[in-house]
Design a protein around this ligand. Structure first.
Ligand SMILES: [Zn+2]
Ligand SMILES: [Zn+2]
Ligand SMILES: [Zn+2]
Length: 438
């Protein structure tokens, strides 16, 4: 490999699936796109999917998907596209696009050579890396850093989110330095086929958003329940959020300590921005969004709790192992000792994160919540914006670091404009730091 070549890798979390291609350094950055549509949220579990056209040969990807051994699984996402994902760990790897309109100019010789009718492959940005790929040519294998791998051009289908979802803090996701030269466009629907949100404007305007303080405490059983649903419907659970909020309020009045994820004022559940590498690879896009629940507030067979519903993560794991039909297509991958990542074995949706240290709690992939108030599900969740994000050290020192700093700033500004309070966790952290400083 010469100093001007870069080896790009697409690798899943369990490393069973690895694709590599060598491209000229000048073909970077790849042109990326970020989709916020209902289907992408329910297939990734994140609030957006993110991808760029794979600049390598299509044949090895097609061969892996066609091999029939089920390790690179194919899910029909739409009449013209499939999601290819790792059947072992659930990482979303590629979009397989059959006969897609020419949305991008081909960026590599291999793309130019592609014949009409051949599928095009778009790599999920989460699995993409070039670490240790760019030897500096002197033979010592030293990584000189390859800089930005993807430059996002646009956000599409923002309108599907109803409330703006994560677009509100991702306007400058290529970083502050890049924002003026390469503004990221926002389309309410498809690229070039829908209304474009003018640069510098929020959609929806903050004044048009419903009050964020609304909770589900007074809601009846039906209105207070929010589906946790994957794209294919194989995972179809119910979060009894109204009941949980009432339960936590009563516990607090009783002097009991609340779980870490419960907002002590609204009794809604923490919603987080998570920068961890594993979540990025697994969900397919940067900055995964999680919320949290006690397992006892989740119904697995229809809306009502049933005797024998898993009440802790040992029971949840046992039910999946026993192919309990209540759990539908739910599978798990043990990503490290004491940690299970649950996903849909049919469409790949990330569903839960569970760890032995918190036996009664699951992290819920926020993109799966089908809340009538929008993608952020604000009647259920209490967002922690600005301040410190989970695992932000994973983005520091990488080409994604600019995204981290821009999102921190923009989410804080949005929080203030929206009149959203600082999260109780952040307040506690800041008080502690202040006390330590005195
Ligand atoms: Zn895997
Ligand atoms: Zn989409
Ligand atoms: Zn599914």
């Amino acid at each position: 490999m010469t100093a001007n070549a870069v080896a790009l890798n697409a690798q899943c979390l369990c490393k069973a699936q690895t694709f590599t291609t060598t491209i000229p350094r000048t073909s970077l950055p790849l042109k990326g796109s970020s989709c916020h549509c209902d289907s992408c949220r329910h297939v990734t579990g994140a609030l957006r999917s993110a991808d760029a056209e794979w600049p390598g040969p299509a044949a090895d990807i097609a061969a892996a998907a066609n091999s029939g051994d089920g390790t690179l699984k194919r899910y029909q996402f739409s009449p013209r596209s499939h999601v290819l994902f790792c059947g072992v760990c659930g990482s979303k790897m590629f979009w397989e696009d059959i006969d897609s309109p020419q949305a991008y100019q081909p960026q590599s010789a291999q793309q130019q050579q592609r014949e009409a009718g051949e599928a095009r492959y778009f790599v999920f940005a989460g699995v993409l890396s070039a670490a240790a790929a760019a030897a500096d040519g002197d033979g010592d294998g030293e990584d000189v850093g390859v800089g930005r791998l993807v430059r996002y051009e646009d956000h599409i289908f923002a309108g599907d989110t109803l409330d703006g979802g994560a677009v509100c803090w991702l306007r400058r996701l290529n970083g502050e330095d890049d924002a003026a030269a390469h503004p990221v466009r926002v389309w309410l629907g498809g690229r070039g086929k829908s209304e474009q949100v003018p640069p510098g404007e929020q959609w929806p305007a903050i004044k048009d958003l419903a009050a964020h303080g609304k909770s589900l405490k007074a809601a009846g059983e039906k209105e207070g329940s929010v589906p946790i649903r994957c794209k294919c419907g194989g995972v179809d659970f119910v979060l009894r959020a109204g009941e949980a909020q009432r339960d936590f309020e009563a516990r607090q009045k009783n002097g009991e300590q609340l779980p870490f994820f419960v907002d002590p004022v609204t009794h809604k559940f923490l919603a987080s921005l998570d920068c961890c590498d594993s979540c990025r690879i697994w969900a397919g896009s940067e900055m995964m969004n999680w919320t949290f629940s006690l397992l006892k507030h989740i119904s697995f067979a229809g809306g009502k709790p049933v005797d024998g519903d898993p009440g802790n993560i040992t029971e949840l794991r046992a039910a999946v192992d026993a192919c309990d039909p209540r759990l539908g297509t739910l599978k798990y991958y043990a990503s490290s000792p004491g940690v299970q990542r649950y996903f849909c074995g049919r469409c790949s949706a990330s569903v839960f994160y569970a760890c032995d240290g918190r036996p009664d709690i699951v992290d819920i992939a926020l993109g799966l919540l089908a809340s009538p108030d929008g993608a952020r599900a604000e009647s259920v969740t209490s967002w922690s914006l600005g301040g410190q994000f989970s695992w932000e050290q994973d983005m520091v020192g990488t080409w994604r670091e600019g995204m981290l700093h821009a999102v921190k700033k923009d989410s804080e500004q949005w929080r203030i404009e929206r009149g959203y309070p600082k999260s109780w966790l952040r307040v506690a952290r800041e008080q502690k730091a202040q006390a330590g400083g005195n």
